[in-house]
Write a protein that binds this ligand. Structure first.
Ligand code: IMP
Ligand code: MG
Length: 185
């Protein structure tokens, strides 16, 4: 079956961002964000499941007082590398009223996911900022620009370090390109 475990039309290819570069940049990003929220408590709203590893690494570089909420969103259904259009937001956690919210996501593609989350968080938050580990190159303008970005990358579909294809490959320590099976690396 197309995309089923073991019979996928896709395979992992070359390393796009190596683990050492990720570790260095995440540490830097943690310091940047800490400075931006110096002396203030923040609430990190992390988008499941892709941002889990990024979240775990990032917050250990942030000494700020913080709360963490996890948000469920689905936009790429099953074994697909194309966005399904409008993201479906799951039930929102109770963000503390009047809090400074930082939305954390793994990757920015069309920007639909981030835009929907920003709109939702703005209903109760005092401030809303956004951080993505990866920002994809894109010709079409996005509805939102992130405040903090780890890496700018090309248009390739990538997996690893939390990012998935059909819920696979999240455990890869490097970020790698996903390529059609049988193509040379
Ligand atoms: P957007 O709403 O089009 O910006 O899509 C953002 C979401 O799509 C991310 O949170 C990811 O879950 C998923 N996504 C977009 N591009 C990739 C990719 O290259 N690899 C894995 N997931 C991706
Ligand atoms: Mg995601």
């Amino acid at each position: 079956m197309d995309g089923s475990a073991g019979e996928s039309r896709y395979d992992v290819g070359r390393v796009m961002v190596a683990r050492q570069a990720i570790a260095r940049r995440v540490a830097e990003l943690g310091r940047e964000i800490s400075d931006a929220y110096a002396g203030r408590e923040l609430t990190i709203a992390a988008v499941l499941t892709g941002s889990l590893i990024f979240l775990a690494d990032l917050i250990r570089h942030m000494p700020n007082r913080m709360r963490i909420c996890l948000i469920t969103v689905s936009s790429y259904p099953g074994a697909s590398v194309e966005s399904a259009g409008s993201p479906r937001l799951g039930p929102m956690p109770d963000l503390p009223a009047g809090s400074d919210v930082l939305i954390l996501d793994d990757i920015l593609d069309s920007g639909q996911t981030l835009a929907a989350l920003v709109a939702r968080c703005r209903l109760t938050a005092a401030s809303v900022r956004t951080c993505v580990l990866l920002k994809k190159k894109r010709k079409i303008p996005r509805p939102v620009q992130p405040d903090f970005v780890g890496f700018d990358i090309g248009e390739e579909f990538v997996v690893g370090y939390g990012l998935d294809f059909d819920n696979l490959y999240r455990n890869l320590p490097d970020i790698r390109e996903l390529r059609p099976r049988g193509e040379d690396a």
